[in-house]
Ligand binder design. Structure first.
Ligand SMILES: Cc1cc2nc3c(=O)[nH]c(=O)nc-3n(C[C@H](O)[C@H](O)[C@H](O)COP(=O)(O)OP(=O)(O)OC[C@H]3O[C@@H](n4cnc5c(N)ncnc54)[C@H](O)[C@@H]3O)c2cc1C
Length: 433
């Protein structure tokens, strides 16, 4: 078996992996990118709409234009990468096993690892949709790849289940290709993707958005012939007597994304409620020297935030190799971050007590939309250590806050920090929110 040694092994050659590799190489350390696909770039390669790079390059680029800049730099810096190379196992001591069709099974021995494997789409099986298995059922991302990369149309007349961003972007894309999109059906009472996508992708093209409905039957034995949709109650149970039949030949599912963490979990990294690995404020998992960034850690709305997070992971991996590698100095004293009212998950999960006086980037999502709210961070004695007013919050928009908890009253005596999002109608609203 061929064996490779490197300073940092980066698993995944999407935007996160590429950005991390560049910062590591520029510091003088070696990086090796392992990518299972036939080319570098990740999911952005199939996102040919614009809206990428507004923060990073102050320009509005398409996904491929955005990621090509990183690919060019990786090539310019001569950072080694292996394509068609699927990582199949990470051991607790960080030894990596991967396979490709040129070398077979290979072994990579790094000093540090950056997990950048992205996320995958939930499928029909994930949402327990019963019935036959006719042709014509795809995830929205699969259809996006067929149309934008491979040059195939999966069907002619569509129903899209789920109003996530990929579903709405695909609805518009299919109209541009001359297809019919009969409806986007959403189980929640409100749209689940970004509002700008609801306006630009659905309203501008008169595509009906049917909320509080779900698909309850798929018709057709060999090919989809239509779907039955039914209204649901607050518990998402079907309301009898509300069934409607919609004729279509293709059903696209846009019903959520799951961070791709089988490798991390099998290596011994614990996962948190959002499916990403538990990390501290240095993006370090419970396995010393193994860091995570991008969609494998938390599903991001903006690639610019992915890149910023990946750069931090790279800087922390460099710090680890230079100061802690082989010394068993992993910081043990930690404050736990907990989710309270209307908070779905919070990153980081842990704060090193030694970093309490540093600026820490917290990111989280709410469970339900709310207007005029107060974001509060409380310690275990219910003392408020941070608060911020906000005009509105919605689950589809990740919230990022840069906070120095030490300055606002937390100390190394603090055991837990609970984050909650509560309505506060009487508070004044921040002008910049
Ligand atoms: C449809 C859609 C529209 C979007 N629109 C926008 C937008 O308008 N503006 C914006 O800023 N952002 C947008 N985003 C978000 C942004 O593109 C992503 O958040 C970002 O690209 C994620 O980068 P990543 O590197 O974490 O993951 P990915 O790009 O998914 O990269 C992960 C890589 O890891 C590889 N990998 C996984 N497992 C293994 C393994 N075991 N071995 C080897 N390799 C592995 C994968 O093949 C992949 O290449 C959109 C995303 C989608 C899906």
């Amino acid at each position: 078996m061929k064996e490779y040694k490197t300073d940092v092994a980066i698993i995944g050659g999407g935007s996160a992996g590429l950005a991390a590799a560049i910062i590591i190489k520029k510091s003088g350390l070696d990086a090796l990118i392992l990518e299972r696909d036939r080319e570098l770039g990740g999911i952005t390669l199939q996102c040919i709409h614009n809206g990428f790079g507004i923060h990073e390059f102050k320009e509005e680029l398409t996904g491929p234009e955005f990621v090509q800049r990183f690919i060019n730099e990786v090539k310019h810096l001569e950072i080694p990468y292996k394509l068609d190379t699927m990582v199949i196992k990470i051991e607790k001591n960080k030894t990596i096993y991967a396979v490709n069709n040129k070398e077979g099974l290979i072994k990579v021995i790094p000093k540090a690892i950056i997990l950048a494997m992205g996320c995958r789409e939930r499928t029909r099986g994930n949402i327990n949709m019963p019935g036959f298995r006719p042709a014509g059922i795809y995830t929205a991302g699969q259809a996006q790849r067929f149309v934008n990369v491979e040059g195939y149309l999966p069907g002619n007349t569509y129903v899209i289940l789920g109003s996530g961003d990929i579903g709405m972007i695909m609805a518009r894309r299919l109209i541009w290709e001359g297809c019919k999109v009969k409806a986007v059906v959403e189980i929640q009472p409100t749209v689940s993707g970004l509002l700008r996508n609801e306006v630009q992708c659905l309203e501008d093209y008169d595509i009906p958005l049917i909320t509080s409905y779900t698909v309850t039957k798929i018709h057709g034995r060999h090919r989809v012939k239509g779907v039955t949709i039914s209204k649901v109650d607050r518990q998402f149970d079907r309301i009898i007597g509300t069934d409607r039949f919609i004729e279509c030949d293709t059903l696209l599912l846009s019903v959520g994304l799951i961070p791709e963490n089988e490798l991390s979990h099998n290596a011994g990294a614990e996962l948190s409620s959002n499916g990403g690995p538990i990390i501290d404020n240095n993006l370090e998992t419970e396995i010393e020297g193994m860091f995570a960034c991008g969609n494998v850690l938390q599903v991001h709305d903006l690639v610019d935030l992915v890149v910023a997070e990946a750069k931090r992971a790279g800087i922390n991996a460099i710090e680890y190799i230079k100061n802690r590698y082989g010394k068993n100095l992993k910081k043990k004293d930690k404050i736990k971050c907990l989710t309270g009212e209307n908070v779905n998950y919070i990153k980081p999960d842990l704060i090193n007590k030694s970093d309490i006086s540093k600026e820490i980037i917290f990111s989280f999502r709410v469970q339900r939309p709310e207007r005029r709210i107060l974001i509060q961070f409380k310690d275990e004695n219910n003392n408020i250590v941070f608060k911020r007013k906000k005009r509105y919050v919605i689950p589809s928009e990740m919230i990022e806050l840069n906070i120095n908890l030490g300055e606002s009253g937390a100390s190394d005596e603090t055991k837990t920090i609970k984050v909650e999002v509560i309505p506060q109608p009487e508070v004044l609203i921040d002008n910049n929110d």
